[in-house]
Design a protein around this ligand. Structure first.
Ligand code: GSH
Length: 218
């Protein structure tokens, strides 16, 4: 079988979201660099993998997939018995809810915040304070809901670690590297949850592969 290939920039949180799940499953993969700064993601070769021209894309045998959350659901389901079971039967209803919460409440606020605070400075720019304040304020309200939920549940979908937790980890990691890390640290249950999932051996392996700086454009 052809080697499994994860296409994208190893620093991109949407790419790291997929690497997180591949590592939780103990699945080997090759990282294939696609640098958005050079427009490589809009070239025919990459558009054949993802016609929307966004990273990541995954090749797994004969399957070519895009959309990081769909890729993760595919991996969690196809390789259910490998590594951690990310779709535990006990978690089903809450799991679906918290996968949606990640997509529709967490991501729309954490993504611009991380872009402004982490990636803009890496590219030589300054964060826009208006964007930062707006999304920090909104993310605080979202994380207040997480705080209440995590006071009653060890993980997002209940007693077991699941895909719902895994899909949050790349952006939580990025947020923890910014001046807004207090959004996590000031909420005791969110902090304990994050520290617990960040300490998972598979995630340590994922983090070890994230570059600390953008390489110079090729
Ligand atoms: N919904 C997509 C997913 O989860 O895979 C979002 C992917 C995405 O936004 N990728 C960014 C990208 O390719 C990098 S993190 N940006 C370049 C562009 O859109 O031109």
């Amino acid at each position: 079988m052809a080697p499994r290939k994860l296409y994208g920039m190893p620093l991109s949180p949407n790419v790291v979201r997929v690497a997180t799940v591949l590592n939780e499953k103990g699945l080997d993969f090759e990282s294939v660099p696609v640098d958005v700064r050079t427009g490589a993601h809009k070239q025919p070769e990459f558009l054949a993998l993802n016609p929307f021209g966004e990273i990541p894309a995954l090749e797994d045998g004969d399957e070519a997939l895009y959309e990081s959350r769909a890729i993760n659901r595919y991996i969690a389901s196809k390789y259910k018995s490998d590594g951690a079971d990310l779709l535990p039967a006990t978690a089903s209803a809450k799991l679906e809810v918290w996968l949606e919460v990640e997509s529709h409440h967490f991501y729309p606020n954490v993504s611009p915040l991380v872009f402004q605070l982490l990636f803009r400075p890496m590219m030589g720019g300054a964060p826009d304070p208006v964007v930062v304040d707006k999304h920090a304020h909104q993310l605080a309200k979202v994380l207040d809901v997480y705080e209440d939920h995590l006071a009653k549940n060890k993980y997002l979908a209940g007693d077991e670690f699941s895909l719902a937790d895994a899909n949050h980890m790349s952006y939580l990691f990025c947020l923890s590297q910014t001046t807004k890390a207090g959004l996590i640290d000031e909420r005791p249950h969110v902090k304990a949850w994050w520290e617990g999932i960040a300490a998972r051996p598979a995630f340590k392996k994922t983090v070890a592969a994230i570059p600390t700086h953008l390489p110079p454009p090729p």
